[in-house]
Design a protein around this ligand. Structure first.
Ligand code: GAP
Length: 443
């Protein structure tokens, strides 16, 4: 029987596993990299896709009160004036007078010497806008300035009239979107936790405040997010709902909860849940001159809906999942394994297929036939390298739930050995029952 070791999971272990196995590695590496830019390799890309697909299924496809959106990253710059981002999406920036290292003034003690060189004095903070600017067209003039969106949410508000007209949804209902967002962060870092380019999964849940109790809607979305986090393997013990007190919330928000996760570098935000009132729709109504209201078919009244917004970073969710499912186990004395115990639905590879020996054509042919057939149903991996024990360890490290081995008995009994990642138990399964077995067990 295996035993979990007590040693804590560290960022070094996660980063090293991610790099070694191609989940995530530094971006532009052949050019010396680009600070805080990360690329998702083959397993990472699949894992990220599985997380997004799971979220989309959970919140959009399986519910009757949600629809999806996939809007452009670059929006009319008036969007960001209306939302308040051009004026207010700022962090206070300070710099050391000696070494010129930059800091967010709200994250350092301004009365102490520079935390980097220990000598210089920190200069008076300036406000620094986090929006990433670009220019549209061949001239770089003020009129051509555009922004890469700092959140996906605003497109949901801007498109609200079109969504109403085309989906014929009745309040209450939510609009979900997954996509890239960009922020010129002063202090990116901690691997994929804070980067300048990242992905968000956001929902704006619209309701009529006269007909719905916002507290109930808020609690419902909180519970739904908690259920989703559990389903994708984020440890509930390491997650904490922190109420943001009056005075620290945005002025238009009646209630905000930050869900914080115990990362190895401290307890920090994983996602936010905020009641934003009708702030965004009313801002866009003023700025665009277009009506953003919902015509209530029962009362014939026009309503400016309120919203509750769960907003989650995909990269942060992926990091929290890795930190939650990483285990080091002693299988038996002298035999250790690292295993990622992903929920099966999000594991990047579902099944690995091995011929016992790679130089036995009859074994390889049979294993190949099984692999080709399973690959039509699930993300599968072929491995014929080294002994089977080593192949199990490689699959454990990427979190593959099942390994299927074709051995000499398979040629006689038309059965294979199926090994379970978590229990490490091995079972003989008839080849003609293998798909049914995996379908049931991969649920
Ligand atoms: N629409 C609301 C909004 O964008 P936010 O708290 O600024 O709220 C939401 O961002 C989520 O996006 C965060 O909880 C986090 O998961 C993720 N996020 C924000 N900035 C990020 C960054 N620089 N790198 C990675 N993820 C980030």
């Amino acid at each position: 029987m295996s035993e979990a070791t007590k040693s804590p999971v560290t960022m070094e272990k996660i980063e090293s596993l991610c790099k070694r196995r191609g989940f995530v590695f530094p971006g532009s590496e052949i050019y010396g990299g680009l600070a805080n830019s990360w690329d998702y390799g083959p397993y990472g890309a699949q894992l990220k896709k599985n997380i997004k697909d799971h979220w989309w299924k959970f919140f959009v496809e399986r519910r009757d009160d949600m629809v999806g959106l996939d809007a452009a990253i670059i929006m009319n710059p008036k969007t960001w004036e209306a939302s308040g981002h051009v004026a207010n999406f700022t962090d206070p920036l300070t710099e050391c007078g000696e070494c010129h290292e930059r800091f967010r003034a709200d994250q350092v003690d301004m009365s102490l010497p520079c935390p980097h060189c220990g000598k210089g004095k920190l200069v008076t903070p300036k406000t620094f806008n986090l929006m990433l600017k670009t220019f549209l067209g061949p001239t770089e003039e003020t009129a051509d300035i555009a922004y890469l969106r700092p959140e996906t949410a605003q497109a949901i508000f801007v498109d609200f009239p079109s969504i109403l007209n085309t989906s014929r949804k009745k309040l209450p209902f939510g609009v979900a979107q997954i996509g890239k967002a960009f922020r010129n962060e002063i202090t990116p870092g901690n691997f994929i936790f804070r980067t300048r380019e990242f992905e968000q999964m956001e929902i704006e849940y619209f309701f009529d405040p006269k007909k719905s109790d916002w507290n109930e809607r808020f609690d419902h979305l909180k519970e739904a997010m908690e259920a989703w986090m559990k389903a994708v393997g984020i440890s509930s013990e390491k997650t904490h709902a922190v109420e943001i007190p009056d005075g620290e919330r945005a002025h238009y928000s009646k209630r905000t909860i930050d869900f914080e996760f115990e990362y190895p570098f401290g307890q920090k935000e994983l996602f936010g849940l905020a009641y934003r009132g009708d702030y965004d729709l009313s801002q866009h109504e003023k700025m665009s001159g277009r009506e953003m209201r919902y015509l209530d078919p029962e009362t014939n009244e026009k309503v400016l809906p309120h919203v509750i917004e769960p907003s989650l970073g995909v990269d942060r969710a992926l990091l929290a999942i890795l930190l939650s499912v990483y285990r080091e186990e002693t299988v038996k004395e002298g035999d250790e394994r690292v295993v990622l115990k992903f929920p099966k639905e999000i594991a990047p590879v579902k099944v690995a297929v091995f011929p016992l020996l790679k130089n036995k054509p009859e074994l390889v042919a049979k294993a190949r036939e099984i692999y080709d057939s399973l690959k039509q149903e699930w993300q599968c991996e072929w491995d014929d390298n080294g002994n089977v024990g080593k192949r199990y360890r490689r699959q454990d490290e990427i979190g593959t739930p099942y390994c299927v081995t074709v051995d000499f008995d398979s040629l006689e009994d038309d059965a294979v050995t199926v090994r379970d990642r978590d229990t490490m138990e091995q079972k003989r399964v008839k080849i003609n029952e293998l798909k049914t077995y995996l379908t049931e067990n991969l649920k």
